[in-house]
Design a protein around this ligand. Sequence first.
Ligand SMILES: [Mn+2]
Length: 199
Amino acid sequence: MQCSELELIEDFYDAGECTRLLHYFLKQHAWPDNRYEYGGRRFVLPRLQTWHADAGIRYNYSNNLLVTRPWNVVLSRLRADVETKLKQAFNAVLVNCYRNGEDHVSWHADNEPELGESPCIASLSLGATRVFSCRHNRTLNTERILLAAGSLLVMRPGFQRDWQHSVPTEHGILNPRINLTFRKVIEPAVVANSLNWEA
Ligand SMILES: [Mn+2]
C-alpha cells in the first residue's frame, strides 16, 4: 500500500467472532429507513446508517440525517477493543450496512469540522469483502484495498486532508457488509475556539 496514512490490520476479529457480530447487526440492530429529506430535497441513501455518540456530542452532518443514539453493549465492547488496540479514544461511531453490491458510498473525505484538523478514524468491517478505493487529491493516484471481515482499517491523521475514499458499486456481490467507523468528535466549545483563532 503506497498511502502511508493507511494501516490495515487483518483479522482484528477471528472468523467466529465476525459471524456472531454480523448476525447481531443483521438481526438485532434497529436500522432506520434510508429515505431522507434534506434542504427540501428527498433522497435515498444507497446504504443503511446509524450514528451513536457519547452524551453531549453534536455532529452536524449526521444530525441532519440521523438521530444520535446511545452506545449499547455490543458497540461499547467494539469501541473498547479498538481503543485498546490503537491507544486512542473515540466518542462516536457511524454504523453502515451495505445490503449488497448495489449499496455504495461515493467519493468523499471524512473531514467535517467537528472531527478537528487531523482526525484518526478506525474502520471495522464485517460480512462481505468490499473494495475500498482512495484517490489522492493532487496526484489523483488511486489505490484499491480489499476490506475483509474482521479487518480494521486505520485512517491516520492526514488521510482525510490528502485523499478521498469511496466504496464503489460491485454488481456481483449479493451479501451484506457491515462497517463501523469510530471517530473522535471534538466538543463544540473546542471547535468554536479553533475557529476564533483562525479569524
Ligand atoms: Mn468515509
